[in-house]
Design a protein around this ligand. Structure first.
Ligand code: FAD
Ligand code: SF4
Length: 510
């Protein structure tokens, strides 16, 4: 039977069972499409990363003997959307069956189902063979439960998948080393330079420009750093094990103005495009740990495993449990617009300046920058979650809706009313001061709440609590914060609120 098999740009899994056998009656298709390059404004490095990785995947499968068709963005015969591409190829090759791998995005899931409904040949959706869990496994796990605590899901995953387990006990006799993962980085140990592939990407960037795709962010045309083939992704994984794992957990939550990546793996793009599987990443890291137990402690490894086996699978499960309603949630009724400095990086707040400029320069910021600096600011300034979501979805190299949205709208903006986070991730400047060196070089004073030089995070924090206090009054985890709010002298609170409003109205002046 003549088959057409679709491979989406984030399904670059060379280990998929589809590719085990060569069948001359099966044609694979990959396509660079305006449908995908334009659904949100993407960072230029993200578009480059996807196009190059797809092209390398196509080369790898055709070199190993598979039949495949590739549509480049400027090919004249490229119809630029899935429906037309599929029907064109079905007709051209007299296809009798269409197959696709289950997409990770709701938008594509619906589109592909609709396309299949209109086809007059057989069609089938198969597993992408990437995740540990199925789309519905999380819903089944929490069935009947009110609180969807990640920790419970994570422990169950450790047991079920036998990861870092000694029989039925967790390796090291402790499930979680979170409290050991909160060191401030003061240069105690040098940070190795990041793995950079120094690629010349002038040609692909000019193709993107010629196509008229509107992007944002910066790119070094001769030094593109991201891995775009399975081989390079494996190099990044091995580099992480031998150079960064030793201190990963210790400085997981730290920020430093001279160190953009600290000890983070930068593996999210490799995994989200499926060039690497989460299973092989975890197994490689754990095997490396077992061979190097004298230098690497369990807290570094558990911290890393928790992010992938815990958080990554958890947010995916939440996405499929809650979509499509999740995309509309705005429980705190936030309505403000993002300031321009999210696209220019021009702000006097040192922490924001570093986190935003790094995002624009590298299409990357690590977790705490995304959560406790940028996300903290957008929540405190009560920006509409749609605005926040589309910025995050566009700017980061690893941003695909299934992982971006639960993290942004849910964990960081509390727009889901607490499905993911039991309390909002908001803080005054003191948290940023505790975890970074930003404040010592800032225009603003982290100790002040409302004067001319007061740290905007302080002013905005107390204003946010005051504005949202009725929403949070029944939330026990907010009790201490709300008690502290009550103790602020009313005159002082009045000054804080006046100042906070002037910040919110003139965000680009701060
Ligand atoms: P490391 O710190 O080295 O962590 C290792 C791996 O753990 C990551 O590669 C990633 O696959 C996984 N991981 C860690 N935290 C999470 C998490 N919360 N959710 C899912 N996986 C996690 N991650 C994305 O992959 N895409 C996104 O679009 C995205 N958007 C985010 C938005 C916000 C507001 C926040 C707070 C977090 C977001 N994250 C997202 C999660 C996390 O910040 C990134 O996965 C991480 O920064 C990627 O860098 P790394 O590979 O160096 O991660
Ligand atoms: Fe950020 Fe405030 Fe610190 Fe400045 S003082 S770096 S604005 S937290």
């Amino acid at each position: 039977m003549k088959k057409l098999r679709l491979i989406l740009g984030d399904q670059l899994n060379l280990q998929h069972s589809w590719l085990e056998e060569i069948d001359e009656n099966t044609i694979y298709v990959l396509a660079e499409m305006r449908q995908e390059s334009d659904y949100v404004k993407h960072h230029i490095q993200k578009v480059v990363g996807f196009f190059l990785s797809m092209r390398n995947f196509y080369t790898a499968i055709t070199e190993s003997g598979h039949q495949a068709t590739y549509f480049h963005i400027n090919d004249v015969e490229n119809p630029q959307n899935l429906e037309k591409i599929i029907s064109l190829l079905i007709e051209k090759h007299k296809i009798e069956k269409f197959e696709y791998q289950l997409p990770d995005e709701y938008r594509l899931d619906i589109q592909l189902k609709l396309i299949c409904d209109t086809l007059n040949i057989k069609s089938e959706a198969l597993d992408s063979e990437h995740f540990y869990t199925t789309r519905t496994e999380l819903s089944e796990f929490y069935e009947g439960k009110k609180l969807l605590l990640m920790e419970n899901f994570y422990r169950n995953m450790r047991k079920k998948q036998h990861v870092l387990m000694d029989g039925s006990t967790p390796t090291g006799n402790q499930w979680n080393y979170d409290s050991d993962n909160r060191k401030k980085y003061k240069g105690e140990v040098p940070v190795p330079t990041e793995k950079n592939f120094h690629k010349d990407v002038k040609a692909v960037v000019s193709e993107i420009e010629k196509a008229g795709i509107v992007t944002f962010g910066n790119i070094d045309l001769e030094n593109y750093s991201w891995p775009t083939s399975r081989k390079q992704c494996l190099e990044v994984l091995n580099y992480f094990c031998s150079n960064l794992l030793e201190h990963f957990g210790d400085y997981e939550d730290a920020m430093h103005t001279d160190e953009k990546f600290l000890f983070h793996s930068r593996l999210s793009f490799a995994m989200n495009t499926k060039m690497l599987s989460p299973k092989e990443v975890i197994e490689t890291v754990i095997n490396y740990y077992y061979k190097n137990e004298s230098t690497i402690s369990i807290s570094q490894v558990e911290g890393f495993v928790r992010q992938i086996l815990g958080w990554r699978e958890y947010v995916r499960g939440i996405y499929w449990k809650e979509m499509p309603n999740y995309a509309q949630m705005n429980r705190l009724n936030n309505t403000n617009k993002l300031p321009d400095f999210f696209w220019t990086g021009k702000t006097k707040m040192n922490c924001m300046s570093h986190a935003i400029n790094q995002s624009l320069d590298d299409a990357y910021a690590h977790h705490i920058q995304r959560l406790m600096v940028i996300g903290n600011f957008t929540l405190l300034t009560q920006i509409h979650p749609d605005e926040v979501d589309s910025w995050y979805l566009g700017v980061y190299i690893d941003a695909i809706e299934w992982v971006e949205m639960p993290n942004t709208r849910g964990m960081s903006q509390y727009a889901d009313g607490g499905i993911i986070a039991t309390k909002p991730y908001v803080s005054s400047g003191s948290y940023i001061n505790k975890m970074s060196n930003n404040c010592s070089k800032c225009h603003y004073n982290v100790k002040e709440k409302f004067g001319d030089n007061a740290c905007p995070f302080n002013t905005l924090y107390w204003n946010f609590l005051d504005e949202k206090k009725s929403y949070f009054k029944g939330n026990q985890r907010m009790g201490m914060m709300l008690n502290l709010l009550n103790k602020i002298d009313p005159e002082e609170l009045y000054k804080i609120k006046i100042k906070a409003n002037s910040i919110i109205e003139n965000m680009d002046s701060f």
